[in-house]
Design a protein around this ligand. Structure first.
Ligand code: TYD
Ligand code: MG
Length: 450
């Protein structure tokens, strides 16, 4: 026996409702709920059905070493965890124009040159447009095989026919499957196509890479379940005006997340940036008030970034707090600690915080640098030359040590930094780097005023 039914599914979060509603019950989004026919589901009869899969003890499972294919782009391989895994499905998201197609065409060209057959299916652009991009990339991009097809069944058929090792699909929002009647880009279509692509990858061993558009909020458009289906989710981001592009994994079944790959967009495609710290600090306004450098851990790599602050007297009304690259709530905490624990009040000032090259300060170790930049701007006095600020601020004003200090300090020493302001409790010492231990945020205020 089988039955057919529909659900009303939110296009933002994927939550199902039994009937149409104007506002999603789960995420609160208006007008996001659309009807979606469910595929025919056989009603379970409860009978015992023998499984074809044997039951085995874990220790008897022989773990084959995971095979990896190099994409020829070291930074991409690094973020993937050492290369692309056969039979895996990777989703890459990013704003329009950030360089997703460029990255994948470059990877496709190198894979092809390395003897792996790649099919680049594009529903986004015509073959002519792809050709123009390939011409810019030079290299061997001309060898990549493309297909301008949006029907999923045809794409998979083509990939089988040419015995492809890698299938690139640009983008998941432009494909549709015959199994559903709805239009391409519809939540049901996106989910169904993703599910079919995943099965295709597992069945054939083809590595599938799909592009996903992002919404204004910055998440990949379509149901959240899309991210749950795939093995790996990569985000490609960067400031539109700057040439730097950051690639990170937010989910990776075959490697760690939080690794950062840095590229620069040039006239001839993306080029790996092997020394991100030097690049991020290149445009630094050293000797200017309101600037402080800290060392972040991006996955396993230490990266030096500049934090800029501007604390300007505000006009009437509530002073502004604008933070780019820093959680506004964290900024509020740092401002409150400075005011209550060190008497440095920003109540009558607008505060702006900015971090270089689109990097985000998502670890508390950057607190001290934010505080230093703020104080430096308020007193209109540059922070000490070649100084690094690294430490977490507690609500009591105490300066706390953070992990991975040795690697961070080594990276800073390598780039010519000679002193590090940090927690007095930190015991790590690095050659060539003077340790300036702070117990309390008041000591930072005094150090910067001296
Ligand atoms: P694209 O890969 O089309 O972005 P996405 O697929 O994420 O929408 O890249 C678009 C931008 O990159 C476009 O503004 C042109 C620029 N670009 C370069 O600067 N150099 C190049 O070699 C290429 C191919 C593109
Ligand atoms: Mg594109």
């Amino acid at each position: 026996m089988a039955r057919v039914r529909s659900v009303w599914r939110c296009t933002e979060c994927g939550h199902d409702h039994p009937k149409w509603v104007g506002r999603c019950e789960a995420c609160g989004e208006w007008n996001s709920v659309a009807e979606e026919p469910l595929a025919v589901t056989p009603v379970r009869t409860g009978g015992a059905v023998a499984s074809g899969a044997p039951i085995i003890r874990l220790r008897d499972v022989t773990a084959a070493r995971l095979e990896r294919w190099s994409t020829g782009l070291a930074e991409l391989d690094f973020v993937l965890g050492g290369g692309i895994v056969p039979g895996s499905m990777t989703l890459i998201g990013g704003e329009p124009g950030i360089g997703k197609s460029t990255l994948l065409l470059q990877a496709a060209a190198r894979l092809e040159a390395g003897g792996r057959a790649v099919l680049y299916a594009s529903g986004e652009e015509s073959a002519e447009q792809l050709r123009l991009r390939a011409d810019r990339l030079g290299d061997v991009a001309g060898d990549v095989r493309v297909i301008g097809e949006t029907r999923l069944e045809s794409v998979l058929q083509a990939a089988r026919a040419m015995d492809a090792s890698v299938l690139v699909l640009d983008s998941i929002q432009t494909v549709y499957t015959d199994a559903l009647e709805s239009a391409a880009g519809n939540v049901g279509q996106v989910r169904e196509c993703a599910g079919r692509l995943m099965r295709f990858a597992k069945d054939t061993g083809v590595a599938v890479i799909v592009v996903g558009h992002v919404t204004k909020g910055g998440s990949i458009a379509g149901p959240k379940t899309l991210e749950h289906i795939v093995d790996t989710v990569l985000y490609f981001e960067g400031e539109a005006a700057l040439d730097y592009r950051l690639l990170r994994a937010t989910k990776n079944r075959f490697g760690s997340v939080d690794e950062l790959g840095v590229f620069q967009m040039t006239e001839n495609g993306l080029v790996a940036v092997s020394n991100p710290s030097a690049v991020f600090l290149a445009a630094r306004a050293a000797g200017t008030a309101g600037s402080a450098v800290t060392a972040l851990m991006e996955g396993t790599r230490p990266v030096l970034v500049e934090v800029q602050a501007l604390a300007a007297p505000s006009g009437y009304g509530t002073p502004q707090r604008v933070a780019t690259g820093l959680d506004p709530k964290r900024l509020a905490v740092i401002l409150a600690v400075l005011e209550r624990r060190a008497g440095a009040s920003f109540a009558t000032r607008d505060v702006f915080i900015q971090v270089t090259a689109g990097v985000r300060l998502n670890e508390p170790g950057a607190d001290l640098a934010v505080a230093a930049a703020l104080l430096s701007s308020m007193h209109d006095r540059a922070t000490p030359a070649n100084a690094l600020f690294i430490g977490e601020l507690g609500l009591g004003g105490e300066v706390r040590p953070i992990g991975g200090l040795e690697r961070r300090l080594n990276e800073a020493a390598r780039l010519g930094f000679v002193q590090a302001y940090g927690s007095a409790l930190a015991t790590v010492r690095v050659a060539g780097m003077q340790h300036r231990g702070l117990g309390h945020v008041e000591e930072l205020v005094r150090a910067l005023a001296a």
